[in-house]
Design a protein around this ligand. Structure first.
Ligand code: ADP
Length: 489
């Protein structure tokens, strides 16, 4: 007889993340202009070709009226995006509050807010309630669009409560969850007032993924020590239900960077930069202006290097590109002025009438400028105090095939696990060590640079974002099949 081809239409993948990969600008009551953004996750998922992918998330704008919501949903549909609408109060409590003020600092070992403890304890609960409410709203939208056989992939610390909400509505749904930040030591996670609920909710997923083996191990320890569950080589077991836990290190779309270097625009930028800094070695820092990036520590290390090496003073320059983020948060404003003050002091101290040692830009660069910078600089300085992975280090390596520059990399970035062999690893808190690593990098002989670069380049081109996404999704598919087999036995 005839065989039905179940593969005729592609399996659907619902990607749920706090933000949709679009920015939306309203032009009238029912008219929206959309622009797709090319973040790491977007390019990664473009590579997952065997699935029909839809995005579910917040569009980043407040749309209180129904006409506007309907029009936006319709416009987004063409981009395969489905909006979750959050009102301003929820965004304030859930996104600014619980996500960015509680979970982000805690997961990066900065700790919980300490000022005015009693007041924060009260608002902590309301922020956590808003977090749960927001996650329920995401679950409502997923549920509404879910079709049997779909795979649902939830992303990041914004949506830790989502796996549980989804499974409660539909226990057959295939649910994966991936964390893009570090997962901290269980001793850090223990401080969180909502520690139990969050762990239990994540465990409702079928597959839980982290960037590194260490983060996965910390998560399993939190489950065994805080929840008293049993860890197995595959994950965590709770009353016969196994949640698989594994490391899936993300990568970049390396080809996009390598190809960009051939473009005339990029070549032009490179020419200008080479002329501008002729006769000097150039060091590069590219970060979001966030406390986790260790920007003040990096600049202080550079100062120490200049202090101790007078012969280098007019021969090296540091370009620090720092994109401002979360500019409405006081701590971030404080960081900006702190960085400006240090840069000003050092430039006053070591600059001349015609040249300064540090060029600091408070803005984002377009892709072509960024590639040119990556390609012409001699040393990259990535000194994150904690960082889930750090893709800047990967992008730098991808663009250094001809120059073979040196990567100085924090041992507290996830990337240290994969690029450690080629990079100079440093403890970013140890300013003396970073300063001497700068000297080591600037003086490194060509054959050593080549060997180190080759090592990392091989890794970057063979561990791409596309493979990362494809591996996670196919593991998630397999996980479910195994679980179903087990229950049938
Ligand atoms: P995080 O996700 O914490 O910001 P990553 O290093 O993993 O850190 O990713 C940052 C991304 O943002 C990279 O793809 C990088 O190219 C981009 N980026 C960072 N700073 C800038 C900048 N000043 N201009 C343009 N792009 C930037």
């Amino acid at each position: 007889g005839e065989r039905l081809d179940f593969r005729a239409s592609k399996q659907r993948l619902l990607v749920v993340a706090n933000r949709l990969p679009v920015s939306a600008v309203r032009h009238g009551e029912d008219s929206w202009q959309l622009e797709m953004s090319v973040g790491g996750l977007v390019t990664a998922l473009l590579g997952v070709k065997e699935f029909d992918t839809r995005w579910i998330g917040w569009a980043g704008v407040n749309v209180p009226d129904e006409i506007g919501q309907k029009a936006l949903a319709k416009a987004l549909d063409e981009k395969r995006c489905i909006p979750v609408f959050l009102d301003e109060e929820v965004v304030h409590q859930y996104y600014n509050g619980y996500c960015n003020n509680i979970l982000w600092p805690l997961f990066h070992y900065i700790g919980l807010p300490q000022e005015d403890r009693l007041a924060t304890t009260r608002s902590f609960q309301s922020q956590f309630d808003a977090y749960k409410k927001a996650n329920q709203l995401f679950a409502d939208v997923v549920n509404e669009h879910y079709e049997e056989g779909d795979v649902v992939w939830c992303h990041d610390y914004h949506l830790m409560f989502l796996p549980k909400c989804l499974k409660e509505r539909n226990s057959k749904m295939k649910v994966g969850w991936f964390l893009h930040t570090p997962f901290p030591s269980s001793e850090i996670h223990r401080m969180l007032p909502s520690r139990l609920e969050l762990l239990r909710s994540v465990l409702a997923a079928d597959l839980v993924g982290f960037h590194t083996y260490d983060y996965a191990r910390h998560f399993v320890s939190a489950c065994t020590r805080i929840l008293g569950l049993e860890g197995t080589p595959e994950g965590v077991e709770d009353q016969g239900k196994l949640t698989r836990i594994a490391a899936f290190p993300v990568g970049i779309d390396s080809e996009r960077f390598i190809k960009a270097l051939e473009l005339p625009e990029v070549q032009d930028h490179m020419k200008v930069l080479k002329q501008r800094f002729a006769g000097r070695k150039v060091m590069l820092g590219v970060d979001r202006l966030d406390m986790i990036k260790g920007i003040p520590q990096k600049i202080l290390a550079f100062e120490k290097f200049l202090e101790e090496n007078p012969n280098w003073r007019n021969k090296v320059v540091l370009l620090q590109i720092a994109v401002p983020t979360r500019t409405d948060v006081p701590e971030y404003q404080k960081l900006t002025s702190q960085v400006h003050e240090i840069v000003g002091r050092i430039n006053g101290r070591f600059g001349s009438l015609t040249a300064v040692p540090i060029h600091h830009l408070d803005r984002s660069l377009d892709f072509h400028e960024l590639c040119a910078l990556y390609a012409v600089t001699d040393v990259a300085l990535v000194t994150s105090l904690r960082d889930g992975m750090n893709l800047v280090s990967y992008e730098y390596v991808a663009c250094q095939e001809s120059k073979k520059g040196v990567l100085i990399l924090s041992e507290f970035a996830g990337a240290a696990q994969s690029l450690g062999a080629g990079a100079i690893l440093v403890n970013p808190w140890n300013v003396t060590e970073v300063a001497s690593s700068i000297g080591y990098a600037l003086n490194m002989p060509a054959d050593e640079r080549e060997k180190r670069h080759h090592h990392n380049f091989k890794h970057v081109i063979s561990h791409t974002a596309q493979e990362w996404a494809a591996t996670f999704v196919s593991e998630l598919n397999v996980t479910i099949v195994e679980a179903q087999l087990r229950t049938r036995q």
